[in-house]
Structure formats: structure tokens, C-alpha cells
Write a protein that binds this ligand. Structure first.
Ligand SMILES: Nc1ncnc2c1ncn2[C@@H]1O[C@H](COP(=O)(O)OP(=O)(O)OP(=O)(O)O)[C@@H](O)[C@H]1O
Length: 624
């Protein structure tokens, strides 16, 4: 497989081609997406009812102000004309009252503007934080298999990316409601004077709205279709400039290679986007011109009526002002409508993500988890295929028992299926065929959460948490993160204490290079920290996948002297390529191409003189 086909596979590039072939969404589909708005408003309300109510209240008051301002302006002009055209002494106190009223309205409007902007930004921040938390919480409930599915991953990516656009959508929806109310106020005023003007207004605005909607739909389709490529771009950006990859990028001289692929993809996206942006701008100008024709048509009509003395000059300013305001408002509302419809489409991704349910879920009528485990595990003809390689059995026809309290070692070549087996034991996946029994009952009958509480797994590719040394060990049992004694004892048992003693900040030292003052560790030092997590955990089944691979000979020896202590009274599964480690187990299961080849104690298997004996001698020979 070439490097690029590999990257394309892991980033789900195939989906990209399918997605970009998708026809753009129809007007109906966009209208349908609006059904997400009520649920969205509910989410905003739930984020903070007080701020939401305050926001709506201020906007309601604001929406009445333009009509009053225009009307007072009309009264002022008519009054000024009346005064200037009359002879003799004139009372001007009425005029001053009107001006003072308009001034008052201007001040109130300004304060309300700032108030809503403030509430918008506070509510927006809270909403963004809340939805990020919800996303993380939901992602945590989902299955491993779902994370390995690229369609799922695209959904997660889109749901995650749009945090900012969701806050913008929130302001848009609230402003839309405000503008609609303002428009109703103004329209009532306009109709009271001349209802024909409303028709002219629609002629001026509707074409622009349809144009905008069309282009929003195109741009959504473009962005949507590009999700997998954007994931690839993110991957390239990260790989090309990260502390974790810098070493190999330099040594293999890969920078140019990654950059050229990045440029190739990003240029393609830029060009697609550019074409659309140019079309949008050109059509936008045409529609704006149509709008202006409508507006000036109405203006001429009002001027004509004024010259014919059908309306006063005050009415002229009121009507022209109302018409201009209404046109701008309606244009804004219609344009914003397509923005909102576009946002609602993205919301669909967001809500879709929350609709994804894990297959492996807790259920109320689950069997209580046995404490202690009495019989142990039984594998009955267990077979498993990864969802992303449906043609290949990673494990097949596995039949064996793991008795309570037994220490079982798994031996086999790379890719034989050892890690897959322990993933099934900890129910990260369910078997594709056959079943795994625990104390006589299918693992599916227990709650996965109860099961996982009783299992401690240290994976080969354990996470190097960029956190303090203390937390790096505490993650083994995070409820005990404040229990310093327990952390210290676990560190001493896994030899992590020897690493921590050398750190300038001791247990509070930030580990890893990502954050300021972080100190990185060597592979073996990291492994000691990870092993500390196993000691933190008070689990009945302990699974250690290559726990000593990165340790030096002395550390490995010491770790295994303590292994008996760690696994005392517990069932343990140990994966290792080192026979010095493997031989300590009660029984050894040799796995080949996902199938059980041999099982027995070290002495039994040596006596059998089969694959285990062959591999054991091969390794022993290497040391002679
Ligand atoms: N997430 C995955 N998706 C698809 N296939 C996978 C996945 N993980 C493992 N496999 C495949 O399943 C098979 C068994 O892999 P597994 O990781 O269990 O092997 P292993 O015995 O633990 O190997 P190693 O000694 O190299 O750690 C391999 O062919 C591997 O390519």
C-alpha cells in the first residue's frame, strides 16, 4: 500500500469522492432543515434561561424603536414647516418636546444595542462551552468501532468544527426575530399610508433572496463535500509541524513531500471556493441593482404624491424613511434567512451526532457483576472482524478458559490477534461470532461500565497524558486523584518513583513537551508511569499488553519481581514478546493468525516441542 493510499484510507478519502458527487441540496431540503431551529432554541434556553429571557426582552423593546423614531421625525418636519410658513408669534415648545423625545429614543436605542450585544456574547460563550462539553460527553459513551468508522468520524468532525458557527447562528436567529417584529411595526405604518408600496418592496427584495439562497446551498455542499479532505489537510498540517513527528520528518526529509500534498489539496479547495465566490459576487450585484430600481421607483412615486400635495413633506420623509428601512430590513431578513437555513443544515450534523447510539450500552436489567469472579472467562468459538476490514477475521474459532485467579500469557507473532483478544475481554468490542462467558453468563449480560470498573488494562500504545506526573499515575483510578498516598505507593511499585524523583517539580511536574515547563520522558520512563496506573487500579482482571517492552533489563527484572505482588489474588493476562516474562505465567496461549495453536504451562509447552518451544529456543539462542 502506498503512503498516500494509506493516508486516504485513514482519513476516509473515499467518502470524499462520494460526498462531493452529491447533488446540491434543494430548497425543500433547506426548509426542512429549519425544523432544527426550535430544538436549537431549546438548547440555548437550557444553557442559561435568565440570559436568554433578558436578551429576548431587550430585543422586543428595540424592535419598536425605529417606527417611533421615524414617526417623531415626521411630526418634527411637519411642525417646522408649519412654523416657518405661519406668520406671527409661534409656540415652539411642542417642537422641542418632539426633539427631546427623539433624542431620548436615540439614547435608549444605543443602550439597548449595547445591552443585546453584551448578552449575545455572554450567552454565545456559555453556549459554545456547553455544547463542547455535551460533545465530549456523548463521544465518551460511543464505541471503539464507531471511532474507527470514517463516516462517523466525519460527523464528529463536522459537529465539532461548527462550535463558532453555532454561536453566530444563535445571534442570527435572535436578530431575525427582532427584525421580523420591527418589520411588522414598520409595515403597519406603511400600509396605513399606502399599501401599494409593500408590493414594490417585495419586487425589490425577493430576487436577491432567491439568489442568496442558491449560493448558500452551493457553498454548504462544497464545504460538506470537502470534510474528508479537510481532515486530511488537518492531518498534514499536524504531521508537518508537530513535536511528535519532527524527528522522523527531519531524518527522512519528508517536509517537502507533505507540503506539496498540502498545497495540492488546499489549492484545489481554494479554486473551487473562488469560482463560487466570483459567481456569488457577480449575481449579487445584479440583484442589488434590481433592489435599487424598486426602491427608487417607490421614491419617485412618493415624491410625485408630495408635489401633487396628496401627502405632506413630513409624510414624504416618513414614507421614504420607512420604505428604505423596510427594504434594508427585508433584505437583511431574507439574506439572513438563507444564512439561518445554512446554519440549520449544519445543525443537522450536530443533532445527527447526538443521535448516534453506542451498541455496547448499559442496560437496567443487567446482571450484577460478580465480586469476586468465581469461575472466570470462557471463550466459546469466538471470532471477530474489525468493521473497517470486513473480509478479514482478526480472530477465529477461539475456545479456551481463563480461570479466576489464573495468570495467562499470550504469545504470538505481530498481528496474530493478541491485542484484539484483550479488547474483546474488556468489551471494547463484541465478538462477531461465538460468545465470551464470565462466570457462565455472556459478557453482554453485564453492564459494560461495571465490567470496565473491574478491569485494569495497560495497552501497548498507552496514552502519554500531557499532565502532571501525579495525574499521569492517578488516571488509573481518577476518583483517587487526591489520594497522594495511593499515588505514591503505586509509583513506588511500578518504579515510576525513580523517574519522578529526578523531575524538578516532583509529582507536580508537568510531563510532555506540549505545555510550558513540560519535561519529556524516555520511552522506558513513560512505561513506568503507565505501569503505575495498573497499581492505582483495584481491578479483578489485570491486562498488561507489552508492559516491559521499553524497559531496560534491570528494570524489567525488578518489575517482574513485583508482578506476583501486583497480580496476587487477581486474574491476569499478559502479552509479551519476551519469554523471560512469559514463562512466569501459569499458562501460555500461543495464537497464530487469530487462532489458538497451543495452550499450557511453560514446562508443558516445552515438552510438547511445538511452536512455543521453537520460539523460546530461538530467542534463547539470540542471547547466547
Ligand atoms: N482497529 C483495527 N482495524 C482493523 N484491523 C485491525 C485493527 N486493529 C488490529 N487490526 C488487525 O487485526 C489483526 C490482529 O491485530 P492485533 O493488534 O490483535 O495483533 P497483535 O497480536 O496484538 O500484534 P502485535 O504483536 O503487533 O501487537 C491484525 O491483522 C491487524 O492488522
Amino acid at each position: 500500500m502506498s503512503f498516500w493510499s494509506f493516508i486516504k484510507n485513514i482519513t476516509g478519502f473515499k467518502q470524499a469522492q462520494r460526498a462531493s458527487d452529491k447533488p446540491p441540496l434543494s430548497l425543500k431540503e433547506r426548509f426542512t432543515a429549519l425544523k432544527n431551529i426550535p430544538a436549537f432554541l431549546k438548547l440555548i434556553w437550557k444553557t442559561n434561561p435568565a440570559l436568554t429571557a433578558g436578551n429576548v426582552f431587550l430585543r422586543l423593546i428595540r424592535s419598536a424603536i425605529p417606527l417611533f423614531t421615524l414617526y417623531i421625525a415626521k411630526l418634527i418636519i411637519d411642525e417646522v414647516i408649519r412654523i416657518t410658513q405661519s406668520t406671527g408669534e409661534q409656540q415652539i415648545s411642542y417642537l422641542f418636546t418632539l426633539v427631546a423625545l427623539e433624542f431620548g429614543l436615540a439614547i435608549v436605542s444605543d443602550v439597548l444595542n449595547r445591552g443585546t450585544a453584551l448578552l449575545d456574547s455572554l450567552l454565545g460563550d456559555l453556549f459554545a462551552n456547553q455544547t463542547s462539553v455535551d460533545l465530549m460527553q456523548h463521544a465518551a459513551t460511543l464505541d471503539m468501532a464507531q471511532f474507527e468508522d470514517s463516516v462517523f468520524y466525519d460527523k464528529l468532525e463536522r459537529a465539532r468544527r461548527q462550535t463558532l458557527s453555532r454561536t453566530i447562528l444563535m445571534s442570527q436567529v435572535l436578530s431575525q426575530m427582532q427584525d421580523v417584529i420591527t418589520m411588522i411595526f414598520l409595515a403597519v405604518g406603511l400600509v396605513a399610508f399606502n399599501s401599494w408600496l409593500i408590493l414594490l418592496l417585495l419586487v425589490a427584495v425577493v430576487p436577491a433572496f432567491l439568489g442568496e439562497s442558491h449560493f448558500n446551498e452551493r457553498s454548504y455542499s462544497l464545504v460538506h463535500g470537502w470534510t474528508p479532505e479537510r481532515r486530511e489537510l488537518d492531518y498534514l498540517r499536524l504531521t508537518g509541524a508537530s513535536d511528535e513527528t519532527a524527528k522522523e520528518i527531519k531524518i527522512f526529509g519528508l517536509a517537502g513531500f507533505l507540503i506539496s500534498r498540502f498545497k495540492e489539496l488546499s489549492d484545489k479547495f481554494y479554486n473551487d471556493n473562488k469560482k463560487l465566490a466570483i459567481k456569488r459576487a457577480s449575481w449579487g450585484s445584479v440583484f442589488a441593482a434590481v433592489g435599487s430600481i424598486g426602491y427608487y421607483g417607490a421614491y419617485l412615486f412618493i415624491i410625485y404624491q408630495t408635489i401633487n400635495r396628496q401627502i405632506s413633506i413630513g409624510q414624504l420623509t416618513f414614507l421614504a424613511g420607512s420604505f428604505g428601512r423596510l427594504r434594508a430590513l427585508l433584505e437583511g431578513i431574507l439574506n439572513r434567512f438563507s444564512g439561518i437555513a445554512e446554519g440549520a443544515l449544519y445543525l443537522q450534523d450536530f443533532f445527527d451526532f447526538f443521535k448516534i447510539r453506542p451498541y455496547i450500552e448499559n442496560h437496567p436489567e443487567a446482571r450484577p457483576f460478580p465480586k469476586p469472579i468465581r469461575q472466570g472467562y470462557t471463550f466459546e468459538n469466538v471470532g471477530f472482524k474489525y468493521a473497517n476490514s470486513p473480509d478479514k477475521w482478526a480472530i477465529r474459532h477461539l475456545n479456551f478458559t481463563l480461570a479466576a485467579g489464573e495468570k495467562l500469557a499470550l504469545v504470538g507473532e505481530n498481528g496474530a490477534g493478541k491485542t484484539t483478544l484483550v479488547k474483546l475481554l474488556s468489551r471494547l468490542y463484541d465478538p462477531t461470532e461465538g460468545r465470551i462467558l464470565l462466570d457462565g453468563y455472556d459478557l453482554r449480560e453485564y453492564n459494560p461500565e461495571d465490567l470496565r470498573k473491574e478491569i485494569g488494562v495497560i495497552f501497548q500504545d498507552f496514552v502519554r497524558f500531557q499532565m502532571t506526573a501525579s495525574n499521569n499515575i492517578a488516571v488509573g483510578r481518577i476518583e483517587e486523584k487526591e489520594n497522594f498516598n495511593r499515588i505514591q505507593t503505586s509509583a513506588a511499585q511500578s518504579l515510576a518513583d525513580t523517574v519522578i524523583q529526578k523531575l524538578p517539580g516532583g509529582y507536580e511536574q508537568m510531563i510532555g513537551r506540549r505545555f510550558a515547563k513540560g519535561v519529556d520522558l524516555s520511552g522506558g520512563e513513560w512505561q513506568k508511569m503507565a505501569l503505575g496506573r495498573a497499581y492505582m487500579r483495584d481491578a479483578q482482571l489485570l491486562i498488561l499488553d507489552e508492559p516491559t517492552a521499553a524497559l531496560d533489563a534491570r528494570a524489567e527484572h525488578e518489575v517482574f519481581q513485583r508482578f506476583a505482588e501486583l497480580t496476587q489474588g487477581k486474574t491476569a493476562v499478559l502479552i509479551s514478546h519476551r519469554f523471560s516474562t512469559v514463562r512466569m505465567a501459569d499458562r501460555i496461549l500461543v495464537i497464530e493468525h487469530g487462532q489458538l495453536l497451543e495452550i499450557g504451562s511453560h514446562t508443558e509447552l516445552l515438552a510438547k516441542n511445538g511452536r512455543y518451544a521453537e520460539l523460546f529456543r530461538l530467542q534463547a539462542k539470540g542471547y547466547q
